[in-house]
Design a protein around this ligand. Sequence first.
Ligand code: ATR
Length: 282
Amino acid sequence: MNTGNTRYIAIIGHPIIHSLSPRMHQAAFNQLHLDYCYLPFDISPEKLKNGVEALKQLGFRGFNVTIPFKEKIIPLLDQISKEAAIIGAVNTVLIENGKLKGFNTDGAGFVESLKKKWTFSLKNKSALILGAGGAAKAVAAQLCLNQVGSIGIVNRTRKKADQLKARLKKHFPKVEVKVFARFGDDLDCFLKKAHLLVNSTSVGLHSGDDSPLPSQFFHKQLKVCDLIYNPSMTSFLKTAQKKGCSFINGRGMLLYQGALAFKIWTGKTAPVEVMSNALSLA
Ligand code: ATR
């Protein structure tokens, strides 16, 4: 039951109906008997500023930010974390003493999900990222923060891949970053030596979507990650499976970014298993 002491957390996005975060976080609050309530809000883009101001005025403890506001939210915040500044996007906001502090837990959540599946160190490893949107930015920056040696980027729109490369080079001059314009021999060469292959495009979200990478580019040694979690098996992951690769979908990233956000708002370690169970019921 909500009381005068209840602390409120929101998630803002557009659309928001498919978000699994409310069930995941509410299960965690309930498990730890915290008087917190997590509420989804669909805010149209022109109302973002007023919406955020309303959360502040109503005394919300914080909120998650999802598509399409992860970048647009930044000018509305009082400060942002080092990771969020490097990534250029915010997915978690803490409201403290009337100040809005932005964080990005997506990248760290992604790396945490890798660590839970595989024990290898990312140091000096090589990764190919498909896509150059918001999710790609978080993944690429976090891989660099974990000292990967080289990153390859392939994106439908070349310009966005070049922009991501420039951003990474600015913050991590020692990391080798290559943009591949097409599925050709040089990409094949890069992938033969790569350790990690990540799909951060939205290709696979819809039934009937093909793999965003043709099957001849997969090889058994690659650890393959799709950031998509629904469906749990995309064509991309089915191809990885057929080729004998070890793979994960995006459910771990969703879970661990949530666990990190939970800690930011409550100061408590998240009950990850309860959150994971809440997600499996979806
Ligand atoms: P998110 O925040 O989830 O990363 P986004 O920023 O809209 O979402 O990025 C979506 C990514 O999927 C982009 O890299 C996009 O490629 P473009 O930069 O060319 O738009 C990629 N993408 C979406 N639909 C695609 C398609 N049909 N084929 C290839 N790439 C696609």
